[in-house]
Design a protein around this ligand. Sequence first.
Ligand SMILES: Nc1ncnc2c1ncn2[C@@H]1O[C@H](COP(=O)(O)OP(=O)(O)OP(=O)(O)O)[C@@H](O)[C@H]1O
Length: 315
Amino acid sequence: MRSGTSQSDRPPVIEVENLTKRFGGKAVVKDIDLEIARGEIVGFLGPNGSGKTTTIRMICGLLHPDGGSGTCLGYDILTQAEEIKRRVGYMTQRFSLYEDLTIEENLVFVARLYGMKNVRKAAKDTLDRLGLASRRGQLAGTLSGGWKQRLALAACTMHKPELLLLDEPTAGVDPKARREFWDEIHELAELGLTVLVSTHYMDEAERCHRIVYIAYGTIVARGTVSEIIDQSKLTTFILSGKGAPAAAKALTGADGVEQVAPFGSEVHVVGSDAQALKTAIDSVKTDHDIAVRQGETTLEDVFIRLMSQAQALEK
Ligand SMILES: Nc1ncnc2c1ncn2[C@@H]1O[C@H](COP(=O)(O)OP(=O)(O)OP(=O)(O)O)[C@@H](O)[C@H]1O
């Protein structure tokens, strides 16, 4: 960092306004505004097909927007795509390396793509950092899912990008490997990298500094996990006891009840009007052997609500 320049003085790493993309006449990203500061880890969440990948690709210069403007790393997303691509690490949903090349060959290949000077050294340093030096000759396709993703992350950070755009980097990876992957993301952020990461996993959303939730191409919530839960104004009651499954059936679709979801032997009942929700639960209490207590609303409860609201508006 230049002397005399504080973190807050520096321009945002991503600053886009009214970003819009249409495919076949249909807008799949609509007037999105997004600002991300240096060093932030921002989670990009939303249902399938809501426009996350399309937005990420517009930000890193891989896709030309139909509307809107903005900068990424200080470069204009409309006119300086090449500058942006060079400074960004982009990891796609699917394993993007060659399964039939060795681990080392893949790293050398990627280092060449990024125009790095000493490709052999870059590959060797990356192998050492990953602890994969002894397995350098192994075909990448034979790695476990978790290792494939770690290799892909290492490959897309070899050229020392300032921004990482990760599109569902841990889809289908087991929890331990996902946790390790996220530890690495935090280490990279501590070194000053900014990260925008799309995910469908709630535990991963909770590991982000901030979350942006998109549905049908529109951002419908943003903030920290607790801000998003507070903004939702949802109330959650938890039903337990023998009668919980039957009570859940009776409550489904009742006035004031917006979500009914079993969690193990308990049932979570969620609504935005606390009084109406309580009245509905009281009305089934007499006929069912249940205990009721107030619970914490979860991020998942909020996202399900946001998704249903957006779906209703779309119809
Ligand atoms: N090249 C394309 N041509 C036509 N339609 C496209 C194209 N790319 C994406 N779409 C459509 O745009 C919409 C948004 O897709 P996008 O991949 O951005 O969503 P997403 O939020 O990343 O979804 P997921 O969580 O499933 O990865 C979808 O309806 C998709 O089918």
